[in-house]
Design a protein around this ligand. Sequence first.
Ligand code: FE2
Length: 396
Amino acid sequence: MSTTARNPAIDPATTTTDPLSLIDVDHVRFYVANAKQAAHFYAHTFGFQVAQVSDLTTGSRDEASYLLTQGNIRLILTSPLNKSHPAAEEIKLYGDGIKDLAFTVFDAEKAFEAAVKNGGEVAYEPTTESDETGSVTRSGIKTYGRVIHSFVSRTGAYDLPSVKKGGLIASNFRKVENYALNEYNKAHPCGLMFTDHLVGNVEKGKMNHWVKWYEDVLEFKMFMHFDDEDISTEYSALMSKVMASGNNLIKMPINEPADGKRKSQIQEYIDWHNGSPGIQHLAFRNDDQLESVAELRRRGVDFLYIPDDYYDEVWDRVSKMGWEIKEDHEKIKDLGILIDADHEGYLLQLFTKPLQDRPTLFFEIICRRGSQSFGKGNFKALFEALELEQERRGNL
Ligand code: FE2
């Protein structure tokens, strides 16, 4: 692997004593109606290892959870096993989607105390599970809609380096053995390395409220912003501000709908998300966009369709910024990959269609060649493609 896609997780030994200093994205938890089947879907289509499970066989009587791994990405898919589990109600309201963006921290109790002191609302109090080999302490605060941020601190056999090497993520999980798809995925890698950014959609007029929340509660900083001049087509518009953690470990753009002739894609999301804000997309970083997208397409990932005429002007647009795209131009076009550039370099990106029947959560596949931006030059082409989809769904 080249060093250009270095994992941004920070080295604990070099970090400050700030309790809200984030070490890594510990995991992203989804609430899904059928975790067993969802695990197979994400493993098959995106190449994840179905690594660990916590269910009736491990003594978990209320929920079943599957840990999916790839590179430094850890997804936990959780389903309720009875109607009184909170996920049961949330699935009824929102369908499948992201519940928790969990951060590894040095001390989950101290991070929780700091976030609550900063005005964060409690999702759940600190709790520790331990055995003779180590411990996992977690706590949680609420952000927009149903989404929470857990703080997770780990010791012994459950520390992050051990988990990255395949150790149990928590004491109530067991390793999955003899899962045929895992062998196939090892032989046919999709190359996804880590979570690059995670985007939230909030209601009109609420973006600045949540920007301030991330500044106040989690001590994030604004990284960049886009207004409706940047992100509009003839018909629809949105506004976006990108929040970044102190060490740029994670970036969290926050979108709100803006007025246009027709319905904003952000409003479409909110309408189909029970009128409530939530996570719109999760972007996974790779270091070879052509290989990754080719493999994902072979597996049947349904990407947003970009018309051929996009490529009539894109090479000029990027070369005017002073960058030469080193990847094969014909292959980029054949694979339908989007390109953008800024003063720091260029990026390659592509977006899936929604991952469930509701037009809510989707994934982005992104490769950065110096650019730290989000593909502003693609917004127009992208949103025109999205509007076609919105129209097909009768939601424009
Ligand atoms: Fe994105």
